[in-house]
Ligand binder design. Sequence first.
Ligand SMILES: [Zn+2]
Length: 393
Amino acid sequence: MAVIWPVTNSTEKQFSLNRGASRKQFPIRNFIRCLVLIVLAGLPLRQASAADGFIWLNVSVKMIVDPATGQIPTTNSDALLNESFGLMNRWLANTWRGYRVRAADLDTSGNFKRIGSLNDTTGPGKWYAIDLKYNVTNRQQFVTQAQANKTQFGWNDYAINIYINNGDYSSEGEGFIISAYNLLLDDLVKGRSGAFGYQVAGNLLHEIGHFMGLGHTFPDDGFTDTAPDPNTAPGRNETAIRNSIALTNWSMNYSSLTTDRKILVDNTANNAMSYYQLFYDDPAQSKVLTDAERYGPTRFVITERQMDWWTDYANGNNSNVTTGVTKFVDAAAASGGNGTSAAPFNTLAAGVTAVTGGADIVLLRPGTYSATTLTKPLTIRVSRPGAAVIIRP
Ligand SMILES: [Zn+2]
């Protein structure tokens, strides 16, 4: 008989409906719950470390020490960075795709790596106060030196490399991310003045989005589930931002738009790859977001199409920083697909055959699929816009 094998101990629900629907309506889950017991009797279980239902992105953060002091210029940075990883994963959970970030290369105390040293003016310390955000030549020289001196620079071939220096905020390019101590200066939650953990997390996940192939929403990212973005509305006023995007695209205010167009506007106004900051508190409007709103599905959005693009990068150019692959399956697709977002397989069996290990994900788009026999651990997920149903053939 045909059986389904959802291997995961994830705390996140594996299957989702469109955002407004109740998970209880999802038809696959009880079916799987019945069948999993049948399979458990016949297959050896993998070690828990082999697969946890997630695809992890390794992220290696390096803080360049001030050659004048031998120290980094900020305090509390390890705690703030560590907090930001948990917060980035709260946003990633809303995408339902199983991607998570994890900190690589922590020292034995759990702190992030320091590179350079007192009086170092030729190694990492040379770059402590040099602009690596705007100056492409500097970036190229830096990455060349880092890759030629991997131990000294903490360069990790199997991680997203993030360097922090005393420059101006952050950017991504030339295969690494540069961030800055001014992002880590303070944390009001911890009684200081300046950045919150969510600001650090939002900044880093935006740059990781670039690393995963995503461009800005402005002027037009080309995705069908965002709207062209004028990026002109100042501040964090949601009404002004919505109207700015609506007027640019349809010459009317947000309130007059159809529901579908409102979704496009909100996907843009709240997008992780926009410059709007609607996930921020805004003292100017006496606005303080609850955690449920800030980390919920309506703020810091990465859309389905953006995640498709991200996933193709994760499977391809960036596979060195990941722990698994995702194969796309779409019942409505033409035959002969290769499992990419643009050319998905059209049967569950083909997706199952194409993945190799327990860390891999078969991603079903909405549709009806014939069950198949699973011969290896894997995770089956369903993308957000609708239900996927698995039936006995
Ligand atoms: Zn950017």
